[in-house]
Design a protein around this ligand. Structure first.
Ligand code: SF4
Ligand code: SF4
Length: 247
């Protein structure tokens, strides 16, 4: 007992102060992209041609964060003349089309106030389904249970049974082999329920887009309430999305 107290005293309080204070992220982290509006069409085209995800809309001069894997190629080859990735990790949206952005994102809170805050305000239980993810999205969700993020302090938990959950969190491109298991899990969750798409694979197919083996976006088979972009999304992006949307 004394050892436990001594250890606690030595370690101090390790849980991050988010959402009260925004913690600094690693300097090489790529968050919200901000498009330089006066960029020439030639540079936009050069970036679009180099983009492995076909995520750049040349006409609109915007990036589709649902497709983007945040590889940084467009920023690097344009020397920041087309886009600059910021350290802002608060990039989730309630509508898929809002992911196509030049840096402006609508507030996430308004939509959820009407739909979910009253319903799940004090307690939210979620079932996670990895539908052929590479395990990076899953790992960055798992880390939310560690003392640093401590998701449970907000009344949000991941549970084993879909029968005990209020919603489903999906990662991965939903391969043909996983589709039935995913839909069965969704059916087992009692109404009303929420669907959360985590990562570019789930939102659009990500690096596997166009493959006949995957679903081209979770919203083509389930009604998605929350889109969390990234490859994988930063744990703070996940945390911000869950707290803003449900708390
Ligand atoms: S950072 Fe995104 S938009 Fe830019 S090249 Fe990579 S995938 Fe394409
Ligand atoms: S979005 Fe990226 S990190 Fe997430 S499962 Fe797909 S490839 Fe892996």
């Amino acid at each position: 007992m004394l050892n436990t107290l001594k250890n606690r005293f030595e370690q101090g309080y390790r849980t991050c102060s988010y959402p009260k204070e925004k913690p600094a992220v690693f300097e090489r982290y790529r968050g919200k992209p901000v498009i330089q509006k006066d960029v020439s069409q030639k540079i936009v085209e050069m970036c679009a041609n180099a983009c492995p995800q076909d995520a750049i809309d040349i006409g609109l001069k915007k990036i589709d964060m649902g497709r983007c894997v945040f590889c940084g190629t467009c920023e690097r080859i344009s020397n920041g003349a087309f886009v600059k990735f910021t350290g802002d990790f608060e990039i989730s949206t309630s509508k898929k089309e809002h992911l196509v952005t030049d840096g402006d994102l609508p507030a996430l809170a308004e939509h959820s106030k009407q739909h979910f805050k009253k319903l799940f305000g004090r307690s939210l239980q979620l079932r996670q389904v990895s539908a052929a993810g590479c395990n990076a999205c899953e790992a960055d969700l798992n880390v939310l249970a560690t003392p640093f993020f401590d998701l449970a302090r907000f009344g949000i938990n991941f549970v084993a049974s879909p029968r005990h959950s209020d919603g489903i969190v999906v990662t991965g491109p939903v391969s043909r082999n996983m589709k039935t298991a995913l839909l069965t899990t969704y059916e087992a969750i009692p109404d009303p329920k929420v669907v959360i798409a985590v990562g570019s694979c789930t939102i659009t197919g990500g690096p596997f887009v166009g493959s006949p083996e995957i679903t081209q976006g979770l919203d083509t088979i389930l009604p998605v309430d929350l889109f969390i972009p990234g490859c994988p999304p930063h744990p703070l992006t996940n945390l911000h999305a869950l707290l803003t949307f449900f708390k």
